[in-house]
Design a protein around this ligand. Structure first.
Ligand SMILES: *Cc1c(COP(=O)(O)O)cnc(C)c1O
Length: 417
């Protein structure tokens, strides 16, 4: 069994004492979400035969249709598109955007700079890549204010009659800011309806699913999207994404994913249906394991003298735990330590690289069963000041503890603690 420095072990004891009630609070959320998911399965009478895969055009794939009804029910929305054909979260979000926006329309993000991989989706006029800008769809963003909240004066000054979609990113992503809770998103919806009633309100829900008992579509958001290799895939879905929301917008996204006139009526599920169902069934509980892991991580890094965001006792609305390090050596040791704790590829040492879609070299620890699956314990960091490491996921709480202990141990062995 792994042996850790005595100081690190002492922190671990102390952390577990400290976080007891926060861990219990997570169990209440897990129960509510787990029961909600089971009730949705029951309502739509999910049966063994729904798990069969389909081939070819896959017209009338009952398993796929019921899966989408179950997703819509769980997320409090009219309709859902849940498909293995979405190659990633970025592809899913881009499909939602291209489905709704037309040349001359404007996309306005009100939560500051969106997630790195979306920058090239937004693009620049004439970039020749088929980005939004390349199709004549303009873009603006309102930076968050100094308290990390939406700057409504700026938003007000940026909206105009071409503002067709207003984007909200729930999770912090690679940013040292708070993530937005469902309550905050509910308030944003009320504000947006006043300032810009024609806008389609879109939420990038990546990493948020099942961390609270409600989702953005429960509080009036028109459309949201996420990745199945994050929270709602429960660690079992092998690929894919989902889009949920008002029927007419989900239909438009489906026309973009396949073809106008065909939409969601086609799309062979091949062998993926059962794992997507079973992943959704597991998701509330697995997300709970990961959230508990994040709380423990926050407590441990705080005890070790680092700043954690969120702090261990803060309310959570996503899986991401950010930790602020002093330099790139600590940052790299942290990521490499998480990798050392993996069940898969623990012998691999991650190094910074220029990853497609990101503006800076990124280092990633990902010893996962699903490649890039970040409901599984993973850590990443763009190598740039102010040296913030991000960790997320963990299919079991116990594994996250091991990861945090290994990260601190690796820093200790390199004389960086
Ligand atoms: C992960 C993520 C994305 C993009 O998902 P990929 O699957 O990496 O393409 C978009 N937005 C947020 C906030 C994310 O966390």
């Amino acid at each position: 069994m792994a042996v850790f420095d005595t100081q690190i072990q002492a922190w671990s004891e102390q952390a577990q004492q400290m976080i007891g009630s926060a861990i219990q609070a997570v169990d209440h959320i897990v129960d509510a979400n787990q029961w909600k998911v089971i009730e949705a399965f029951q309502k739509y009478r999910v049966s063994d035969y729904h798990f069969a895969g389909s081939t070819g055009y896959a017209y009338n794939d009952r398993g796929r249709e019921v899966l989408e009804s179950v997703y819509a029910e769980v997320f409090g929305s009219e309709a859902a598109l849940v498909r293995p054909h979405f190659a990633s979260g970025t592809h899913t979000i881009a499909t939602a955007m291209f489905g709704i926006l037309r040349p001359g329309d404007e996309l306005l993000y009100i939560t500051g700079r969106p997630y790195d991989t979306l920058h090239k989706v937004i693009g620049k006029p004439g970039d020749g890549t088929g980005s939004l800008a390349d199709f004549g769809i303009t873009y603006q963003e309102a930076a968050l204010d100094e308290l990390g909240q939406v700057d409504w004066d700026t938003v007000q000054s940026l909206v105009h009659n071409k503002t067709k979609m207003i984007g909200i990113q729930r999770s912090r992503g690679y940013d040292w800011r708070a993530s937005f809770t469902i309550e905050e998103i509910a308030d944003m919806v009320v504000q947006i309806r006043k300032i810009c009633p024609q806008a389609v309100i879109f939420v990038d829900n990546c990493y948020g699913e099942f961390t609270e008992t409600r989702e953005p579509t429960d509080v009036g958001v028109d459309l949201m999207a996420g990745s199945l290799i994050k929270n709602p895939g429960g660690g079992l879905a092998e690929t894919g994404g989902y889009i949920c929301g008002k029927q007419k917008y989900v239909d438009l996204a489906a026309y973009r994913l396949t073809a106008p006139g065909i939409g969601g009526e086609v799309g062979a599920m091949l062998g993926t249906t059962r794992s997507i169902y079973q992943g959704l069934y597991m998701a509330p509980t697995i997300v709970g394991q990961a959230v508990k892991g994040s709380i423990y991580a926050a407590a441990m890094f705080e005890l070790a003298g680092f700043n954690s965001k969120p702090a261990w006792q803060e309310k959570r609305t996503d899986l991401i735990q950010a930790v602020s390090f002093k330099d790139e050596h600590q940052l790299i040791a942290f990521v490499q330590g998480i990798q050392r704790a993996a069940a898969v590829d623990s012998h691999v040492v991650p190094e910074p690289w220029d990853m497609p879609g990101y503006d800076h070299p990124v280092i990633m620890a990902a010893g996962t069963f699903i490649q890039g699956g970040s409901l599984e314990l993973s850590a990443d960091a763009p190598i740039r000041a102010p040296y913030i490491g991000y960790m997320q996921g963990g299919l079991t709480f116990s594994h996250v503890k091991l990861g945090v202990l290994m990260a601190l141990q690796t820093m200790h062995e390199r004389g960086l603690l």
